[in-house]
Design a protein around this ligand. Structure first.
Ligand code: PGA
Length: 255
């Protein structure tokens, strides 16, 4: 019922030549993929060229961040309209690195989300607790607040266009993955929060990705869980061979 998504978040990696080589290789290596949704999120400087290479392939392109306004005097920023015009279909909002290093709050995430929903882009909204919050038993509270505040003002129809990503901060780039049980527990909780606010149908339909040290070795176990609909993958998405391996494992799980 829900399709599975494999999204690669390149973060601040790959100059144009590297991005081009990756995209060409990915296109050839995913010719037989039929069901898995593939998304790559290069840095802004490579969005258009990567889209140009992948336009006839299964893979779609997404951006890693976006501004909340359509245009204006915001030096250095990029709007959803610009991302759209580079051929993107998706945009990540509220990644924990944006929250941690650039002070993004749930309110800002909400502002960005509301604007993105006026365009054709699919937002991938990230939430997740820190190690400290988990250890002090705050995970559910943190997730509830992040979700409520990030989704403020959204209608049920708007929610249909949103993808969520649960990314425990302690698992991002650390090599420490949440166990499939830990991840599934939070995914279930998120789905329940969505059900109580938007209803059963929305909760059944919304795709919730897991992110945090996903790699070929652990992706099968994570994505086999009922409420985990895909991966938002950083480090292991930078290498085509490992990214394609994860796509194939996912394709295999669906069949
Ligand atoms: P990681 O990053 O796979 O390198 O842990 C995931 C992410 O930050 O989206």
């Amino acid at each position: 019922m829900r399709t599975k998504i494999i999204a690669g978040n390149w973060k601040m990696n790959k100059v144009a030549a590297e991005a081009i080589a990756f995209a060409r290789d990915l296109k050839v290596k995913t010719l037989n993929i039929r069901k898995t949704e593939i998304i790559v999120c290069p840095p802004f400087t490579a969005l258009a060229i990567v889209h140009d290479i992948l336009k006839d392939s299964r893979a779609e392109v997404g951006a890693q961040n976006v501004h909340f306004a359509a245009s204006g005097a915001y030096t250095g920023e990029i709007s959803a309209e610009m991302i759209e015009s580079a051929g993107c279909r998706h945009v990540i909002i509220g990644h924990s690195e944006r929250r941690q290093y650039f002070g993004e709050t749930n309110q800002l995430v909400n502002q960005k989300l509301i604007h993105v929903l006026t365009t054709s882009l699919t937002p991938i909204v990230c939430i997740g607790e820190t190690l400290e919050q988990r250890q002090s038993g705050q995970t559910e509270n943190v997730i509830r607040t992040q979700l409520e505040e990030s989704l403020t003002g959204l209608t049920t129809d708007q929610l249909k266009r949103v993808v969520l990503a649960y990314e425990p901060v302690w698992a991002i780039g650390t090599g420490v993955t949440a166990t499939p049980e830990q991840a599934e527990e939070v995914h279930k909780f998120i789905r329940e929060l969505i059900r109580s606010r938007f209803g059963q149908k929305s909760s059944d339909l919304i795709q919730i990705l897991y992110g945090g040290s996903v790699k070929p070795d652990n992706i099968r176990d994570l994505l086999s869980r009922t409420d985990i609909d895909g991966g938002l993958i950083g480090g292991a998405s930078l290498n085509v061979a490992s990214f394609v391996e994860m796509i194939k494992i996912t394709e295999d799980l669906i069949n």
